[in-house]
Design a protein around this ligand. Structure first.
Ligand SMILES: Cc1cc2nc3c(=O)[nH]c(=O)nc-3n(C[C@H](O)[C@H](O)[C@H](O)COP(=O)(O)O)c2cc1C
Length: 167
């Protein structure tokens, strides 16, 4: 996969025909062009802050995160699509974000432009979770070389009422 340029979707809902999945399909109908990662199908340990990556520029664990590292490093376009759980991302996606700690020690950059876009859905009208999630992805972009293009945040999904979208 070394120099191949890819597009990736990090999708993080256990409901593969839920609100987030349907928004994703509606706005990005050509998902066949993407590496589609369902975070809930990944076996990824949480970061244990062993600091191996600080010295070795790679993670001490060898699990499904190896594939995500490759995709983050080689993708030109990244879409993160996720519901909000407990004012943040669901655990599988949160584990992925924690495992990007290696890039906070060793920033990943590319000579070409890389773009990232975020979709979140919140069951309630509380905007805090979407705000936190967006800042987590902005932080990821800062160390992986993606330019953050913007987000669409949907609220009140549990009552099937879309309160607002943004950007
Ligand atoms: C474990 C859990 C935690 C949740 N936490 C929040 C929350 O903090 N704020 C919120 O607005 N909605 C919360 N929700 C509701 C989901 O964000 C909402 O149902 C979402 O639209 C589900 O998207 P999906 O159909 O794509 O899975 C939570 C749902 C679950 C199952």
């Amino acid at each position: 996969m070394s120099n191949e340029i890819l597009n990736t979707v990090l999708f993080s809902s256990p409901r593969t025909d839920g609100f987030t999945a349907n928004v994703l399909k509606k706005f990005f109908p050509r998902l066949d062009d993407f590496n589609f990662i369902n975070c809930f199908n990944m076996k990824i340990s949480p970061c244990i802050d062993c600091r191996f990556c600080k010295e070795h520029k790679k993670c001490a664990f060898d699990d499904d995160m190896s594939k995500i590292y490759q995709l983050l490093e080689n993708s030109k376009f990244l879409i993160v699509a996720s519901p909000i759980y407990c004012l943040s991302f669901p655990v599988p996606l949160k584990a992925i974000l924690e495992r990007t700690q290696v890039y906070y020690y060793h920033k990943n950059t590319k000579e070409y432009k890389k773009f990232a876009f975020l979709i979140t859905s919140s069951g309630s009208s509380d905007e805090l979770g979407a705000f936190v999630a967006e800042n987590q992805i902005r932080s990821l972009c800062g160390v992986t070389g993606f330019e953050f293009m913007g987000s669409m945040s949907f609220f009140g999904t549990d009552s099937k009422t879309i309160v607002s979208g943004s950007d």
